[in-house]
Unconditional design. Sequence first.
Length: 73
Amino acid sequence: MITAGLKGIVGGEIKGYNEMMIEARKLAMHRMVQEAEEKGANAIIGMRMQTSTVMSTAAEIITYGTAVVITKK
């Protein structure tokens, strides 16, 4: 937290935070795909990803889209 605070003042990349956010995005995507598959879908359209601050020291990532079944004709 101290390092992140200093980076916020001086500027620069907070590598640990970036890595954590990358993993959080991957997890959110995985959960969305898993839920779509459980519903019988084989694709997701209109996918969106949103990040919001929950507290001063925490953020959340929300991933959503429409689960669909695509068939060949």
